[in-house]
Design a protein around this ligand. Structure first.
Ligand code: NAP
Length: 248
């Protein structure tokens, strides 16, 4: 993979306070990209000449759009938009999940991602030209995990949603992907490892991964995301993409 000079390109990353989003932010900043970062807690990089940094909830339509406007006002054009913000909970069998918890999950993992996607698509149509959308998916989009009904349903939804918008906007310059990053050792993984078999029967497999340190690193994910967005040789054929295992 050979990346072009990325100085002056602009990327938006949601869910940038920690985990994969924070790694993307740090790696992209080191490559010279200008960044728009948001999360409910403080994003990993503070506001600076090259960074617009905002605390917001991706389910808050007005705050999200105002943030995007401020990124455009500062940097002119957004080249890459990554809907990374996501939650795993509720973790429990369906019979024990409350309607309120299920709704909250779908509101963040699907409606928040819809809002980010719509904002980016409208921006692209207004400015013309090319843009890349990455919606962060998961292996849970394809595999049913007991205890993760909301997460599996939401991530499967992310994939089909992204396929629809990719088809709708192809002619107007959008390349859209839903990308499963592989297993990355973040707060989400700590949460998984802390689950008993009553809530999540497969937790042992993830504890084993931790013992073997067989994770993808955030830097590996960041490198692949940049290649998919900016290296013409690395363009995937399909909308739905799974990153390989780094340690294989
Ligand atoms: P994480 O460490 O828990 O980080 C999640 C990020 O999303 C945080 O920055 C969090 O920030 C943000 N977020 C959550 N709810 C939000 C909301 N309502 N509004 C704005 N930001 C919100 O998890 P991660 O592992 O980095 O996960 C990142 C993405 O990768 C998620 O979409 C996840 O499903 C996906 N993924 C992760 C793995 C893995 O192994 N780690 C595997 C497959 C897919 P605040 O709490 O400060 O808002």
């Amino acid at each position: 993979m050979s990346l072009p000079d990325l100085e002056g390109r602009c990327a938006v990353i949601t869910g940038a306070s920690r985990g994969i989003g924070a790694s993307l932010a740090e790696h992209f900043a080191a490559r010279g990209l200008s960044l728009g970062l948001c999360s409910r807690g403080a994003p990993a990089l503070a506001a600076s000449q090259r960074v617009v940094s905002a605390r917001l909830d991706v389910t808050d339509e007005r705050a999200f759009e105002a943030f995007a406007d401020s990124v455009v006002a500062r940097f002119g054009a957004i080249d890459l938009w990554i809907n990374n913000a996501g939650v795993l909970e509720p973790i429990a069998p369906v019979r024990d999940v409350s309607a309120a918890d299920f709704r909250e999950h779908i509101d963040i993992n699907l409606t928040g991602l819809f809002l980010g996607t719509r904002t980016f698509v409208r921006h692209l149509r207004a400015r013309g030209g090319q843009g890349v959308l990455i919606n962060v998916s998961s292996g849970a989009a394809w595999k049913p995990y007991e205890g993760w009904a909301a997460y599996c349903a939401g991530k499967a939804g992310v994939e089909r949603f992204t396929e629809v918008v990719a088809a709708e906007e192809e002619a107007s310059g959008l390349r859209a992907y839903s990308i499963a990053p592989g297993v990355v050792d973040t707060a989400m993984q700590e949460l998984i490892r802390g689950c008993g078999p009553d809530r999540f029967p497969e937790a042992d497999r993830f504890r084993e991964m931790s013992a073997n340190q067989s994770f993808n690193t955030g830097e590996f994910v960041a490198h692949h995301f940049l290649a998919i967005a900016f290296d013409p040789q690395a363009r995937p054929d399909a909308v739905a993409v799974a990153l390989p295992d780094e340690k294989n």
